[in-house]
Design a protein around this ligand. Structure first.
Ligand code: NDP
Length: 490
């Protein structure tokens, strides 16, 4: 191979607001990724050996450092994503809260617990523990470059694993900053290493020897590639993909609150939120009043001030295509027009009465675009909300029936009379169904996700008649079958 054939050894991250280069990072190849995993495996032995009580103060030290550096880290997020500073701060506040919860609850959730041994195991003491997997590979997206991967990183570490993290090529500096702060708080061993580069670096992490699990967050298409790569070595995966989240607005909802939530849920972070609101189904009796509330609020927003640019410039083309399709299919523009993209920014767009087969309804738009469709009744709203292949989050605004409607939605999380509120509650599991993926971060389930349950049955005393021995007399089985018929055959 000549020097010109060689893969580039570094790449640059850019400020999407200006195009300025804000950092240069190595492109880690398969050998470099393997070296990181090997180091992580050594560190994992030490980290696991500390036990819950040894890990807790160390994770608390990292939490304190992150909390005290919120403004510095928010600055790094802003330069690589272009989002407003306060949005970056909010992301960090939530991530710190999750780290604290995961560290403090790991022992309760994962510590050895006794379970009933049952009649057949009457001579046994039964218990379950949740040992860590060893090294967890985390592959993250760019839209919430701290909050999203920390849902895996914090919970994997608290469960006793070490982590090798591949951040998005758009936000490598944020990943680096996370790893640097943990190394500063806990210098003893490389608990969190960052490998940077493009998709091939992520693929190398999936194939590295010694990875106990891959936690992937990103698009559904890439999630399928990650799963295929992991299948080669039967490496388990956690897949957190995109969504097409719906909001349902009932006839007795607080319309002003619902409109406020729809506009923030749909347009904050320029709509680049996996659990952002993309579709609203509003009952016909209140549809006009709701549309007026949404229109008033969306008209007050300014691209570049209320939210930043498209972090990934190519996404603007997707947004423009969805808007054009919705309008061509007969949708009515309430806010914004057919040409919302300019200078890397996308102006707010609200379109009413879009046919359900338009790509603006069926595919993830990931821009500041809201589709607002009127529906006949709650059944109609639920049917439409459940009609896409995705199933990540949803929200419901209703006076009387919020939780009942939530229970009918095919998705992983629902906010009732709020939006995205579930993401800020560490005890609640986070994840999707269908094209949105599977597995859970956050909460008790999120801790267990980074462990393997281990069952132990300890014999307390020998049975007078052995059942699992070649010494078993034939009469013993006859007695056992008779007893089973008596107990179970009724
Ligand atoms: P991508 O799928 O493009 O990338 C995600 C990560 O995978 C990046 O680090 C990427 O690296 C890496 N990658 C790319 N190709 C491969 C490969 N072949 N093998 C292994 N890793 C690979 O997603 P985006 O970064 O564009 O993120 C946006 C998407 O993430 C949206 O669909 C959004 O809805 C979803 N998302 C889901 C969340 C959830 O919790 N369910 C939360 C946040 C976002 P590189 O960037 O270098 O290409």
């Amino acid at each position: 191979m000549t020097a010109t054939d060689a893969a580039p050894r570094t790449f640059e991250s850019l400020d999407p607001r200006t195009g300025d280069v804000v950092g240069t990072h190595p492109v880690h190849d398969a050998a470099a990724v393997q070296a990181a995993v090997d180091k992580a495996a050594v560190a994992a032995d030490w980290w696991r050996g500390l036990g819950f009580d040894g890990r807790l103060p160390r994770l608390a030290a990292w939490r304190s450092l992150l909390a005290n550096r919120i403004d510095d880290l928010a600055g790094v997020i802003v330069t690589e994503t272009g989002k407003p500073l306060d949005d970056a701060r909010l992301e960090l506040v939530l991530a710190v809260d999750h780290l604290d919860w995961a560290a403090r609850n790991a022992k309760r959730v994962l510590g050895r617990r006794s379970v009933r041994a049952g009649l057949l195991g009457a001579n046994q003491a039964a218990s379950v523990s949740y040992p860590p997997l060893g090294v967890v590979g985390v592959i993250g997206p760019w839209n919430y470059p701290v909050f999203t991967p920390m849902g895996s990183i914090a919970y994997a570490l608290a469960a006793g694993n070490t982590v090798v993290f591949k951040p998005s090529e758009l936000t490598p500096g944020v990943g680096r900053a996370l790893a640097d702060t943990l190394a500063e708080a806990v210098p003893d061993a490389p608990l969190l290493q960052v490998v940077t580069g493009y998709g091939e670096t992520g693929a190398a992490l999936c194939r590295a020897r010694g990875v106990g699990k891959i936690a992937f967050t990103g698009s559904t298409a890439t999630g399928k590639r990650v799963m295929a790569a992991c299948a080669e070595n039967l490496v388990p995966v956690l897949i957190e993909c995109g969504g097409k989240d719906a909001m349902i607005v009932d006839s007795d909802a607080d319309l002003a609150a619902a409109a406020d939530a729809a506009v923030w849920g749909g347009m904050s972070n320029a709509g680049q939120t996996c659990v952002g609101v993309e579709r609203v189904y509003v009952l016909g009796t209140v549809a006009d009043a709701f549309a007026a509330e949404v229109t008033k609020r969306a008209l007050a927003l300014r691209a570049g001030e209320s939210f930043g640019p498209m972090t990934m410039p190519a996404q603007a083309d997707v947004v423009a295509r969805h808007v054009a399709d919705a309008l061509a299919a007969g949708g009515t523009a309430l806010v914004g027009g057919p040409d919302p993209v300019h200078d890397g920014l996308v102006d707010p767009v609200v379109i009413a009465d879009v046919p359900e087969d338009s790509v603006a309804v069926t595919e993830e738009t990931f821009g500041p675009v809201l589709v607002v469709n009127r529906v006949q009744d709650v059944d109609d709203a639920v049917r439409r909300a459940n009609a896409t292949g995705y199933g990540l989050g949803a929200s419901v605004f209703s006076g009387a029936r919020g939780e009942e409607i939530a229970g009918r939605l095919r998705c992983g999380m629902v906010a009732v009379n709020g939006v995205i509120s579930f993401a800020g509650i560490p005890a609640l599991p986070f994840g999707g169904v269908g094209d949105s993926g599977f597995g859970r971060i956050h909460g008790d389930d999120g801790l267990r996700e980074f462990t393997r349950p281990q069952a132990v049955a300890r014999q307390r005393f020998a049975l007078p008649v052995p059942l699992t021995s070649f010494r078993r007399p034939a009469s013993a089985m006859k007695g056992l079958v008779r007893m089973t018929r008596l107990r179970m055959g009724r």
